[in-house]
Design a protein around this ligand. Sequence first.
Ligand code: GZL
Length: 349
Amino acid sequence: MKKIIINLGIITLLCVTFLVGCMLKTEDDQDIATEELSKADSYITVGFSQLGAESDWRSANTDSMLGTFTEQEGYYLVYKNGQQKQANQITAIRMFIQQEVDYIVLAPATEDGWDSVLGEAKDAGIPVILVDRRVNTSDKTLYSCWVGSDFELESKKITAWIKAYTEKKGIDPKDLHIVNIQGSLGSTAQLGRSRGLKNAARENGWDLMAEVSGDFTEAKGQEVMDALLKRFDNINLVYCENDNEAIGAIKAIENSGRKVGSDIASGEIMVVSFDGVNETALEYAREGKISCIAECNPLHGPRVEALIEMLGRGENPLKYNYVDEKIFSSLSVVESVTVDENVYEIERP
Ligand code: GZL
């Protein structure tokens, strides 16, 4: 009998312990949840919708934002990655609205289709800051301000470099046979960089033979370059709208047995690119495999923070805030380019 009582006692003790444990866990969970919410209440809460992770530039941009909006600096950041899909970004913005964040930061994948969800943020009284690419809307009140690059200026710099270089090398403009491996179609970076090349080709009499999207990725860049090499036998300049595409294109060119370089007259295929973030691309630029890179600066975190601080003080920042950017080449033939009456020194990568 005694043994049974002891067993019953142990069973009872185990049940009580279990129940207390659950309650403690629940209370702890409740405490943690409450603590998180209260912490969020005492911080500036920022909802950041990033478009994806397609390139080194994007990763650097994300790192800059995450490194800026930290709890130590008084922020509570809710970060959502859209995996290249606008629908995911729209869902994220609606979640930020439900969470009643203080600010929404949006890096839009493409320019169209934002009016509805930005209207919901406006109705909720949450300021929206755009970063990197732009949105195409007639209602400019849907966002407080934007910070990023002048993509067409980036293109004007690199095409001015191409013009100066080929003229110094005595290459007839009509003998310049160009293919453009474009970025993600409909993105502001792609639209500006493609427009810049198209205008320069028309003005200079260059032969722009094809424009095909490489989606800002290395794999797609290599695939597109493979196809273009099968389609054309006279390509002598490849204009890549970002470094990752350029790395992929160079793989395809070398796999085909052709040589990448700046000696077009001797049959080398010249590659130019944008970003200047990927270390391999910068090494290629130092080696002369990539002849010229137009910088696209990804470090927008501190810039967005400055805009939030201004908005927090009730000030009105500039609507459009452009970042200053360089142009890199290891070829000393061209020392500077002049674009829109501004002189840009060519810097070593
Ligand atoms: C430019 C940015 C582009 C980069 C690419 O600001 O939108 O997207 O040039 C990135 O590398 O994928």
